[in-house]
Design a protein around this ligand. Structure first.
Ligand SMILES: Nc1ncnc2c1ncn2[C@@H]1O[C@H](COP(=O)(O)OP(=O)(O)OP(=O)(O)O)[C@@H](O)[C@H]1O
Ligand SMILES: [Mg+2]
Length: 321
């Protein structure tokens, strides 16, 4: 297979995660960050956009633009547009006061917000700054886990250099964009991970995204997280009892037993369908797959999230051997 050593996923500097809305990106990111910290690393979660999911996962009152500890050795930050743009302006428009005045100008800010690439430039600018941060001789963040918005946003970040081709000359902006491309396309540093569900539409979208990544992008592909796989632990022997049980329920006119048998059959059907989607994903996508079970409640505690992260890394280790 053509993927890189999967167990070393956490050794990468920058781990990007994408997938359709609601599939469990934030949960997977938080779980992996918790597991990295448990293993003695110093992970930073970067949440993009305005969702603020990490705040509720970690049960903290706020997560701002500055990385702050959120518990259990994990740091997190919210990469929002204003902060990233201010950083960008401070760095590249050499007079900070001017940068502030530019930002304070409502009309100009509207322009920046509307101009499609500015948000992406500011975002990548911040991510590469975080990647370069050092504590002594070691990287300050190890690793940086980026909880991207849905699929479209990930592609916009990856397409940035191409979109800007022809729009920028040979100046500093060109050099900066080239710098982002070098970081994103360095397989020792950066990996894009996919999160999906074993259901028809998310699986379809993930296969399409994967095909696009293979044909149009050089970014290294990390792991495929198949989340919320229905868990129903019934072995084959127990299944052979279903028909006799149903006969018995009918003979005794036992409505409750009959209903239990029916529910079990339905759950088996759901599990079979999900397994079909898992096989489809594993066949179409040449990335190490991490299969995570659906938990009983969708309100996961921090311990549940940590356990999912531990399980994910353990699976990656097995797939390396
Ligand atoms: N394995 C799982 N078992 C049960 N519930 C889960 C599992 N993984 C995630 N969830 C729940 O599913 C919901 C969506 O998860 P999450 O917020 O991580 O998805 P997301 O992809 O980040 O969503 P969004 O696109 O809105 O950012 C949450 O309530 C989460 O607790
Ligand atoms: Mg999320």
């Amino acid at each position: 297979m053509s993927f890189l050593d999967p167990a070393s996923l956490l050794d990468r500097r920058l781990l990007l995660f994408t997938g359709k809305g609601g599939v469990g990106k934030s949960t997977v990111v938080a779980g992996l960050a918790l597991e990295s910290a448990r293993r003695g690393r110093r992970p930073l979660i970067v949440e993009l956009g305005h969702r603020h999911t990490m705040k509720s996962i970690f049960g903290v009152s706020a997560i701002g633009y500055e990385p702050s500890p959120v518990g259990r050795g994990v740091h997190a930050m919210q990469l929002e547009f204003d902060g990233a743009l201010t950083d960008y302006m401070n760095e590249h428009v050499k007079v900070p006061r001017l940068a502030r005045r530019v930002l304070a100008n409502v009309a100009l800010r509207r322009f920046f917000e509307a101009a499609p690439a500015v948000g992406e430039i500011a975002t990548l600018n911040k991510l590469s700054a975080l990647e370069r941060e050092r504590r002594g001789s070691a990287p300050r963040w190890d690793p940086i886990l980026v909880d991207l918005d849905a699929t479209g946003h990930a592609l916009m970040l990856l397409n940035l250099a191409r979109v800007m081709d022809g729009l920028v000359g040979d100046g500093p902006l060109r050099r900066m964009l080239d710098g982002f491309s070098v970081l994103l396309n360095d397989p020792r540093k950066t990996m894009l991970n996919l999160v999906t569900l074993p259901r028809d539409l998310p699986a379809q979208e993930t296969v399409e995204l994967y095909t696009k990544l293979c044909s149009e992008h050089r970014i290294a592909r990390g792991a495929l997280f198949i989340n919320q796989i229905p868990s129903l632990h019934i072995d084959d022997e127990a299944l052979t009892f279903l028909d006799p049980l149903q006969d018995r329920a009918e003979a005794l006119d036992d409505v409750e037993l009959s209903r239990d048998v029916e529910i079990t059959r339905r759950m088996l059907m759901v599990r079979a369908r999900a397994q079909g989607q898992v096989s489809r994903l594993e066949t179409a996508i040449e990335m190490p797959a991490v299969k995570l079970e659906q938990q009983v409640s969708s309100h996961l505690s921090l311990d549940d999230v940590a356990a999912l992260g531990e399980e994910a890394v353990a699976q990656l280790e097995v797939s390396r051997d």
